[in-house]
Ligand binder design. Sequence first.
Ligand code: ZN
Length: 252
Amino acid sequence: MTAAENPPTAIEDADNSGGSLRNVAIAEIRRRITTGELPSEVSFSAATLCEELGLSRAPVREALIVLEQLGWITSQPRSGYLVAPMTLNELRDLFTLRSLLEPRAASLAARHIDDHPTEGRALSDFADQNDDPSTPEWLNRHYRFHRRIVVLGLNRELDRVLSETLLKLERYFTIDTVHRALAAEPLDHRPLSNAINRGDHMAAADAAALHVSQAQLLVTEAILSSDSMRSVPISRSSKAHTRRSNAKGGDR
Ligand SMILES: [Zn+2]
């Protein structure tokens, strides 16, 4: 196996591959966005972040540029930065990406699992646990479970896109109604973990596809049932409205 094909032997190695100050700042800003410490409706400044993170301007500014390019924040003329709002469109788009890419990642992981038994055991450990899904620890372990599968696939570009997608989705998993839905009906990761550990690449792809669609349904339904969604106005599309007012002999 060449160096380029040689995967990180563990997810920890993959996560620690870029420990620059910029990456430290990126990780901390992402964490604050995910937990809601940086809410989407309040602007924040680079200077305040430098102070709070104990970092100089250069790495924090670089981190903010990267996060803006990735769609986590937007810069506001003369008033700092705003966290991008959570939307049903973004939620749908993130799950669409997962549904396209995760079956492939799971299939690749199943092909390589024999060479990485420790990673296989780590997958089983998470899948067999019964931890409270409303805790930050569960969220972190859940991310690492899915990330571990992608890392096992030995495709760095797939890892780059999917890890970003998984991180962006974490915000939606911290919503109260999603916590409650997860507690009432925990997502079962065993079929996916078992198929990968058996080295059954077709079953792994099927299990990943099913898992992503179940997760999407659970999260979307939980968000749509939340009180905050009840007050969202339903607007008529202007096109439909125009068509109707222009129509002669309509149904009035
Ligand atoms: Zn999952």
